[in-house]
Structure formats: structure tokens, C-alpha cells
Design a protein around this ligand. Sequence first.
Ligand code: EPZ
Length: 422
Amino acid sequence: MDKLVIEGGKPLSGTIVIQGAKNAALPILAASMLASGTSTIEHVPELLDISVMLSILRELGCQAEHKDGTVVVQTEKAHSPHVPEALMRQMRSSIFLMGPLLARFGEAKVYQPGGCAIGERKIDLHLQGLQALGAEIEEEGNVIICRAKELQGADIHLSFPSVGATENIMMAAVLAKGRTTISNAAREPEIQDLQNFLIQMGAKIIGAGTDTITIDGVEELSPCRYRVIPDRIVTGTMMVAAAVTRGNVTLLKTQPAHLTSLIHVMRRAGVQITIDDDIIMISNSGRPKALERVVTSPYPAFPTDLQSQLMVLLSLADGVSVLKETIFEGRFMHVGELTRMGADIRVDLNAAFIRGVKRLYGATVEATDLRAGAALVIAGLAANGRTIVEQVHHIDRGYDRIEETLSHLGASISRYSPVTNN
Ligand code: EPZ
């Protein structure tokens, strides 16, 4: 398993371009199945999760190539509604292939995606939504089979604004008969990106980005060309990395409007952030201020995917901060590892009480999930001495060659692969 070796204490400086959004590209690639023909999706990052999604599309009978950030998917020959279990286990969010498969084939066979380090990751809202559209769902062990001779529009209310469930329902409803409304829908920018892709294919859909989405089913959709939005979580990760190393970094091709909550929180902590169109400039020369209380909530509130990264900033702040996680029940796996680097953090249920320290110290730490891993890299950049981050494959799921991006900004970071660096 690869490791990252980081010599900390170097302020980041320079300019980078932000990659395309993983969490927008994944549902959009799934949605390409809704039309027969060749779709071209641009600004798709080279990530483990993306390559798993392309493998699934190929297993379903599509042709899919990813070159220079552009994916070309040919779906004419798609023939199977069955997502292989091994691939589902590699990426749980392949569950949102159910909607497109059901809409295209009238059937979908998937597997319980199971939980992961950050939580149980239930899919009941996905299944309830598809059932409301007329799908019959059979569960035998960990196999889930959905069938629907014809999908009928329905009024669906989500008890929680689940991102994946909103996306699955949208992708099934665009080819259903009649009107579907999704109330208490997730409002994330990735939902808006999926809506814009579906509209490009000929779907009739409005409301993404608000809590009510209305879809009028159409007979058929056409393949299209589309460019994915920038990755707001990668942007936020780099902003925190710049701040904790007391650096001076410019991020290009971002969408600042997708990060208003993080920008507000970081400014409260005393970090200088300047915005100019699609450019975000971050500079920080002093010790961050502690923040009395930050709570993760569905968009547009503070995103759970930036909670672990912010915790590193608060670990170095002057004072005590409280960081509350309300989306996932297990998203404090990074706390133990940060404590081993000298952070002073106490967890009580879903709240972390963080007493800022003057400095962190390098250690050998283990990434347990994607964003916890990113947080440990950020901590290593800020720490005195050497940090070794193990299980780096978690980080590669969401960051395209993170060590190259950070080296470009002046970090001392290198990757060791067991085979090549003996
Ligand atoms: C998406 O996951 C993202 N993944 C996650 O990003 C992100 O953390 C999450 O949304 C919240 O913003 C992708 O887009 C691929 P949810 P998703 O359904 O769709 C519960 C990353 O780091 N829930 O909004 O799985 C669930 O258990 C990843 O890039 C149900 O109870 O998130 C969780 O507690 C991590 N029943 C909460 O809702 C359901 O049917 C949020 O889940 C579905 C979800």
C-alpha cells in the first residue's frame, strides 16, 4: 500500500488549478446510461472512484475511455442491468446506478453497498423513492433487485435531504410517465450539475439547488457533451492547507459561491481570503483564532466533507473550539491520529472539543477514509518534523495525485509505493 512522506513546516505558496468535482462526475457518468449513443463529459479528474465507475459502465456493456480529463461513453451496446458485486464493494456510491438502470432497462440488480469508516450509509431513502415511482424491490441477502414495467411520476418527500437519494430519484424520474416532485431534496451544487447535464440530454427538470425539484418525464433522452463543475471539497482542502502552513496560495478555476460557508468560517478564524471571479486567494501569517461552534449540516451549511480538514486548522488555533458532526455518525476517525500528532481534542458523542496547541509533531498515521486522510496530510504539512501517512489509496479516491499538487506549492511530500521504492 502506498505511503506519503511529508517533511512539515514549509509555508505553501503559488498557484494551482482545481480539478473537476468527483461527486458531480460520478452521478453524471451514471446518468449517461439514460441515453443510447455517445456522451462526452469534460473536466473529469483521474481518481480511483472514477475508474471504478468506468469499469462498471464497461461491465454493463458500454464503452468508456478517459483521456486528458475527458470521458467518452458509448452506451448503444449497454445490455446488462446488473452491477457486479466486486465493483460495488469498491465504491458504495455506485448505488446511484439503480435509477438510470431502472429507467433504461426496467430492471436493476445491485448489492447492499454496506457501511464504511464514516458510518452505516443506509439506502432506505433511495429504495423508498424508487418504490414511489412504481419500482418493485426484492432484497435477498445482500442482493437488491428493482423492477418496473413502467415508471410513474410521483410526489416524493425525503425525510432527510440525502444527496444520493435525490440523485437516484432524479435519474429515474426523467424517463417516468408524468410529473415527479422531490421535496426536502438535497441542494448541493453537484445536484445542480446533474440537473444541468440531464437538461442537456433533453430532460424537463427544474428546482435543483432548492429544496423542491420538479421533473416532467420525457419519452427519450439524447447523449450530449458536458463540462463538470470544479471540486468544492478539493478547493476547501487546499484552502485549509494554505492556512495551516501560514502560506500564500492562489486557486484558479474554482466556484467560490460553492464555498460560502467555509470562506465565512475561515475568515472568522482570521485567515485572509480574497475572491476574484473564479479565483480564490488565501493567505495567513498568524495563529488562527478558535471558533466557538461550527456545525456540519446539509448544503449550503458547513459541509461534512470539510469537517476533518477544518479540525486541523482549529487544532492549531488560539483557544478552544467546538466542531459538531451531524451528517455521519462515525466521522471522527481522524481525531485519534491527530491526537498522536500532538493535537488536544476530546470527543463527546458527535461533538469534538478542540483545545488549540502551538504546534503539531510529525508521526506515522493511517488514513481511514477519504477526507480523514486528506486532513492527516494537511496536519503533516503544518507539523514539525516528518509525517508518514499510510493507506493512501483512501486519499487517491478523491484527490488526483495530491503529492504532485502540494509539491507544486512548495511542500516537501513524496509517495512511496512498496514495489517501486524498495
Ligand atoms: C454524498 O454521499 C457524497 N458522496 C459524500 O461525499 C458526502 O459526504 C455526502 O453526500 C453528504 O454531503 C457522493 O456524492 C459520491 P447522503 P451520500 O445520502 O449520497 C443518511 C466524499 O468524501 N442516509 O446525503 O451517501 C446517511 O446514512 C463523500 O466525497 C440515510 O439514512 O450522502 C448519512 O448519515 C463521503 N438513508 C446521511 O444520510 C439513505 O437512503 C447523508 O447521506 C441515504 C442516506
